[in-house]
Design a protein around this ligand. Structure first.
Ligand code: ATP
Length: 219
């Protein structure tokens, strides 16, 4: 059965989520208070509806209870974002993802039971900044406040050595969970695996240890 999703708020972020979900074959109801925004998505989403989602009766009349996952992408109007999330929670939507504008907004969203809170601008900025300070860090994904996953390009300093030779876990406290090599991905590489130049190492660890590894092992 197709998964059913709803996206509330059709700004750049909400709109992109709608397009991607449709691309992935999902059914999506796109909702916004603005007629012009909804018109934009009339031909793209499965259904596009004009509604003020801070009104509980409006949400109920949309049958929002039947959607398994709802994304709240109302940005600037923090009050509308919080009220909408609260209503969705009360109505009993199983999974709610909300875009937060700032840390206090995130705190409130978590308190009222949002299952997932995202900061697209902050998260993307973190990935780009990490790549800017080090050419070896290709990508950076935050797992929690302290831990991340990074994609790091192997260079001549470590190429030709096995994972045992480098003893990365003991020396730096990070784990190599996979190696991307050309079009292949070696998941959980063995200790005797020899790193090749231009391999991409996917490592997991604390932010401090990842940066220590990048600074000490690759320079
Ligand atoms: P982005 O950066 O993704 O473009 P943004 O942070 O600028 O988004 P806004 O444009 O402020 O976000 O809000 C996204 C959408 O949410 C807007 O199209 C706006 O009309 C819609 N919106 C605001 N309040 C409500 C509401 N009460 N009910 C439904 N939609 C709403």
């Amino acid at each position: 059965m197709k998964k059913e999703f709803a996206v509330i708020g059709l700004g750049r972020f909400g709109g992109s989520i709608v397009r991607e979900l449709i691309e992935l074959g999902a059914d999506v109801m796109a909702i916004d208070i603005s007629h012009s925004r909804v018109d934009e998505y009339a031909q793209i989403a499965t259904q596009a509806v004009v509604a003020d989602t801070t009104d509980e009766s409006v949400l109920k009349s949309l049958g929002i209870r039947n959607f398994e996952h709802v994304v709240v992408a109302i940005g600037e109007n923090i009050q509308a974002s919080i009220l909408t999330t609260l209503m969705l929670k009360e109505i009993g939507v199983p999974k709610i993802t909300v875009k937060a504008q700032n840390d206090s907004h995130e705190k409130v969203l978590r308190k009222i039971g949002a299952d997932q809170v995202v900061h697209p601008e902050r998260d993307m900025a973190m990935r780009i900044a990490n790549n800017m300070v080090s050419n070896n860090i290709l990508d950076y994904l935050e797992l929690s406040e302290e831990y991340s996953i990074a994609e790091i390009k192997a260079n001549e300093k470590i190429a030709g050595f096995t994972l045992i030779d480098l003893d990365i876990r003991a020396k730096f406290g990070v784990n190599i969970v996979a190696i991307k090599r050309s079009n292949q991905i070696l998941v959980s590489p063995q200790a005797i695996e020899k790193i090749r130049l231009d391999d991409i190492l996917i490592i997991i660890g604390s932010d401090e240890d990842i940066h220590k590894f990048e600074k000490k092992a690759l320079h």
